[in-house]
Write a protein that binds this ligand. Structure first.
Ligand code: 4VN
Length: 324
């Protein structure tokens, strides 16, 4: 029996910092409003770099940390809702940038759950025995799909990328998971910028910019996601006290507080970095994981039990419990 494990983590964010005060120069908003409602104080915005540029930086770091020849990679999956293009995929661009000639590469679209879904897919590829090594990346340049005149969305999001190297292991690391979608509630979060000329864009009156029904998504996160995590713990017979950290999608600090309360798990177990990056959709969980490893909270020595949970557009939500 072959198992999969996360052997390396890395992240990369663009240099340019845009603070809440900067935004209040161009929008009718304030640092006080943004900070108290979301916890966000600044975000990174990419000027010149595309999503694949950010993802490639992460991929190079992962290979360097593992001292791995790119030819040893079997697959590259990029979770993103802001691909450079639909064809070639962002992952194909990364594969080219690495010269990872033996790897197959594709993008996975599941919004803020993209990294969780992609990590699960990567684990299955490795545990099938067919593949030995792969990169799972989450990368976004959401700044290019935002309406910079809409204060209800522009202040919430940011750009960045993170990812992991998956390899074979003799021991079990991926303990349990729950992946979910409810397409019937999909209109609460919409971004259709890659399909402006499709008949659906006209029929569904899609506009080019990302739109969000904040209330509906907020309620969904608190109700459905908390319940799904509790059900996963229950069905896998893992006590909530055994979980060292819960790495949740970094959409909003108040979500973490409400979920902590609802699930009866101390807020100290919910690392947060939305303060510095805003909501980076598919990149938020791997950036957070990489920072937790960098600051020593997570050790990657196989002793900790970590729960990862993404939730958002689709609607989609997915959680994995991983021994790291
Ligand atoms: C998950 C969530 C969100 C999200 C939803 C609402 C929201 C983030 C609405 C109320 C507003 C402050 C901001 Cl929970 C987004 C995604 C997409 O990644 C996923 N912020 N807010 C206020 O008036 O307080």
């Amino acid at each position: 029996m072959v198992f999969a494990k996360i052997s390396q983590v890395a992240h990369y964010v663009p240099d340019q910092i845009v603070t809440n005060d900067d935004l209040s120069q161009i929008l009718e908003t304030s640092d006080e409003w943004i900070c108290s409602r979301t916890g966000i104080t600044q975000r990174r915005i990419s000027r010149e770099q595309s999503t694949s540029d950010l993802a490639l930086e992460v991929a190079k770091q992962l290979l360097a940390k593992a001292n791995l020849d790119p030819l040893e990679l079997d697959f590259v999956i990029v979770a993103t809702i802001t691909p450079d293009s639909l064809m070639p995929s962002t992952a194909a661009r990364v594969q080219a940038g690495l010269a990872a000639k033996n790897a197959f590469a594709f993008d996975l679209t599941a919004a803020c759950s993209g990294f969780a879904f992609a990590l699960s897919m990567g684990q299955k590829l490795i545990e099938s025995g067919a593949y030995a090594k792969g990169l799972i990346l989450g990368a976004e340049t959401l700044s290019k799909v935002l309406d910079w005149s809409d204060r209800s969305t522009a202040v919430l999001f940011g750009d960045g990328a993170g990812g992991v190297l998956l390899e074979q292991s003799d021991t079990k690391h991926f303990l349990a998971e729950s992946l979910n979608s409810d397409g019937s509630r999909g209109q609460g979060l919409v971004s259709s910028v890659t399909a402006l000329n499709s008949p659906y864009s006209i029929k569904e009156k899609n506009q080019p910019y990302l739109t969000m029904d904040g209330r509906a998504i907020f309620d969904f996160a608190i109700r459905d996601v908390s319940k799904s995590i509790m059900t996963l713990l229950d069905s896998s017979a893992i006590d909530k006290n055994q979980i060292d950290y819960l790495l949740l999608h970094q959409a909003n600090r108040r979500i973490l507080e409400k979920m902590s309360k609802k699930m009866g798990i101390a807020l100290e177990k919910f690392p947060a970095n939305m303060m510095f990056y805003g909501n980076t959709s598919a990149a938020s969980i791997p950036i957070l994981l990489s920072e937790c490893v960098a600051d020593g909270r997570i050790k990657l020595d196989g002793t900790q039990t970590i729960l990862l949970s993404g939730f958002g557009g689709g609607l989609t939500w997915g959680s994995l419990i991983v021994k790291m």
